[in-house]
Design a protein around this ligand. Structure first.
Ligand SMILES: *[C@@H]1O[C@H](CO)[C@@H](O)[C@H](O)[C@H]1NC(C)=O
Length: 162
């Protein structure tokens, strides 16, 4: 009897451990998104496990495809990030938000030079987007590919993010 309730307790602890590890990875993606949104007074995103699954599938697929930053052309907004090293969720979101310095809200224009743009940042702070799901995959030759999916999608031409 005693040993069986011990086993149950261990099982509960193990499950709680998994849940909190998963939560902290969500938080690592979600919190810096919400921080960037708060800075411009846009409401929080919430985490959507189905979007995270979608992002994971695409990250895995692109990992097998030499970690190319190719969009999935799906129904969601999408930001992608690739590093040759093993990068964290926070590094990915920081890279998206780093485009903020090029974005001029007054004129809704982007002063970034070719190859970079403001579209990753404007998706992060897109007001009508309410849900986020992100995931990473390891690249076969090292490095990390990260995908964040956004619903509803942002970046409609001619509209301001907020
Ligand atoms: C918004 O999100 C942040 C971080 O994700 C959290 O700390 C904060 O409590 C949230 N605010 C609201 C109003 O839900």
């Amino acid at each position: 009897m005693a040993s069986s309730s011990t086993a149950v307790l261990f099982l509960l602890l193990a499950t709680a451990g998994i849940a909190s590890a998963a939560l902290s990875r969500e938080r690592q993606f979600l919190d810096p998104h919400n921080k960037a949104r708060k800075a411009v007074k846009v409401p929080n995103l919430s985490w959507d496990p189905n979007l995270a699954k979608y992002a994971q599938n695409w990250a895995n697929k692109q990992a097998r495809n030499n970690c190319q930053l190719k969009t999935s052309n799906g129904p969601y907004g999408e930001n992608m990030y690739w590093t040759s090293w093993s990068s964290t969720p926070l590094e990915a979101v920081k890279a998206f938000v780093s485009e903020k310095k090029f974005y001029n809200h007054a004129s809704n224009t982007c002063t970034a030079k070719t190859k970079t743009s403001c579209l990753m940042y404007t998706q992060v702070v897109w007001k009508k987007t309410t849900k986020l799901g992100c995931a990473s995959s390891r690249c076969p030759r090292g490095g990390t590919i990260t995908v964040c999916s956004y619903n509803p999608r942002g970046n409609f031409i001619g509209q301001r993010p907020y």
